[in-house]
Design a protein around this ligand. Structure first.
Ligand code: NAD
Length: 512
């Protein structure tokens, strides 16, 4: 059986003797297709040693040369798009079009990071005092680490690594152990693009490896994306160890549907936003909030046939809207939430449980589900389900519709569907959520803006990518300098007064 190894100091490494390993499934068949090495402190120590050896030279490489490596990497990934998407789908289960989207969204951040010479330019104040100039520069943190979830195995590692590397850091990635192949492949392509060994390394593992990263004194910054409890744990432990930490957590995004919304468009948007990628997206829209019962009834009537028309298939089925969920445990968890909703008194309008795909009976498929009359008191509303389940929460008025997402424990994304500019503007200004869509169901900011949620969806101060990414992966050093006239080094031995003239030459331009 294929084994998936670490990539340390430019070489595949299976770790020491007696290393543990984990199963990597093909969610389409339910079969184990590979085993991933689960690393130890010793593996991390080797990666850190390689990073320490390589990072000063990389940081001293001028930023335009570093950017050229990113440009080459982008071209290599584009040339490999199809096999990379196939590999991604085979471990995650999302359909090929979604896998390509996953890779492309990561490349968008690579493109952004190609502008690093401009992004790293500091500030300068001439004449802050008599003969005094002040300037600031962005210097790399040194060695950074990223710990990533299973649901975007290309995009999220690239959110972090592209910006970290561009800024002159060495970066150690600990990808999800459920679909670890694409992150390794991306690191190999970075090598092929000319990235020095030790600058981007991949160590696999579970909690043991995460704890080793959080406690390692040589790692200065940790970026995490995953579920909220673990995000909070990573944030607290990392900060206690004196590190800079950003930790993005779970989500429960709401879509507000105003009475004047284009319902056909909303239904089309929801089909993708609630069920695409089997609902395994932190920017999915699993809660829809129609305002007024007439809106709710009309929306429900249109949603039911649209949901029945969704095609669930293997990830290579080009006609399928979505594929299986990632593993059997997650399938059981999602189905458990559906039962919980029923037990709590919500109306299960479409039941996706018991779905079986002919020829793939062991695959981790779940049909689409729709609940109506879900309330904010229900646990199945308050918690993240992360599956192909859409919940209708009816709101009597606009104020309730603003309050629901604002008071929810998660605050990642939210959307409002309306033709009324004033309602949209008012909603965007008041809602207590980090990313807002106006007639945009999945408002993921473009790469040169920043991605990040509020409340239990994000711990730490800086968002991912955009200028916030640059801020996270660099430290600002500020220099206050004074060069007194008649500097000793210049005036030494200058009997003919040459030093004074040199000094004047410096002074004249700033004097204007
Ligand atoms: P997860 O929290 O189970 O795993 C994330 C990472 O943490 C993995 O690398 C995993 O190995 C590690 N990990 C798992 N258990 C751990 C433990 N006990 N201690 C330390 N580390 C541990 O998340 P997942 O299931 O892979 O991904 C889905 C979750 O990620 C969802 O909650 C989703 O909303 C969230 N997510 C959030 C964003 C965002 O930007 N806010 C983006 C994508 C996914």
């Amino acid at each position: 059986m294929r084994t998936i190894d670490h990539l340390i100091a430019g070489e595949a490494s299976s770790g020491g003797g007696g290393a543990r390993s984990g199963d990597v499934f093909d969610p389409n068949t339910g079969q184990v297709q590979a085993r991933v090495t689960l690393g130890t402190q010793a593996d991390l120590d080797r990666a850190v040693a390689a990073a320490e050896a390589a990072q000063p030279g990389w940081a001293a490489t001028n930023p335009q040369r570093r950017a050229r490596v990113l440009f080459r990497f982008k071209e290599l990934v584009e040339a490999q798009m199809e096999p990379l998407a196939q590999l991604l789908s085979s471990e995650h289960g999302k359909v090929i079009a979604d896998s390509k989207g996953d890779i492309q969204r990561g490349l968008d951040v690579v493109e952004f990071a190609c502008g690093v010479p401009h992004l790293l330019k500091g500030d300068y104040t001439a004449g802050a005092g008599p003969g005094i100039d002040v300037y600031s520069m962005r210097t790399p943190v040194g060695i950074g680490a990223g710990i990533t979830p299973f649901n975007f195995p290309a995009m999220i590692p690239l959110w972090m690594s592209a910006v970290a590397i561009a800024c002159g850091n060495a970066f150690i990635l600990k990808p999800s152990e459920r679909d670890p192949s694409v992150p390794v492949r991306l690191a190999e392509l970075f090598r092929e693009a000319g990235l020095p060994d030790g600058i981007l390394q991949v160590v696999h593992g579970d909690k043991q490896m995460v704890d080793a990263i959080l406690d390692h004194p040589a790692i200065g910054a940790v970026s995490f994306v995953g579920s909220s409890d673990i995000a909070h744990y990573v944030y607290s432990r990392g900060v206690a160890a004196g590190k800079r930490v950003q930790a993005m957590g779970g989500a429960k995004n709401h879509g507000i549907v105003m009475p004047d919304a284009d319902l056909d468009q909303v239904v089309e948007d929801l089909a993708g936003a609630a069920f695409g990628s089997a609902g395994e997206r932190c920017m999915a829209l699993p809660v829809v909030v129609p305002v007024g019962d007439r809106t709710a009834d009309a929306l429900r009537e249109k949603l039911i046939p649209a949901i029945h028309a969704l095609r669930v298939g293997v990830s290579t089925d080009r006609q399928a809207q979505y594929g299986p969920v990632v593993n059997a445990a997650h399938k059981a968890r999602v189905e458990g939430w559906i039962q919980k909703g029923v037990d709590e008194g919500a109306e299960l309008v479409v039941d996706g449980r018991g779905f079986s795909l002919q020829g793939h009976e062991q695959g981790f498929f779940i049909g689409p589900s729709l609940f109506d009359r879900v309330t904010s008191a229900m646990e199945s509303y308050r918690e993240e389900i992360f599956g192909p389940v859409l919940q209708i929460v009816r709101a009597p008025d606009f104020e309730t519709a603003v309050r629901l997402p604002s008071e929810h424990q998660y605050g990642n994304g939210v959307a409002i569907f309306t033709r009324n500019g004033h309602a949209a503007r008012e909603f965007a200004a008041r809602v207590n959520v980090g990313m807002v869509g106006i007639n945009v169901p999945i408002p993921v900011p473009v790469a040169y803006h920043s991605f990040g949620g509020w409340k239990r969806s994000g711990f730490g101060d800086h968002n991912q990518h955009g200028m916030d990414g640059v801020r996270f992966w660099t430290r600002v050093k500020t220099i206050t300098q004074r060069w007194p006239d008649g500097d000793a080094a210049l005036s030494h031995g200058s009997e003919d007064g040459a030093a004074a003239r040199v000094s004047d030459a410096f002074v004249i331009p700033t004097m204007g």
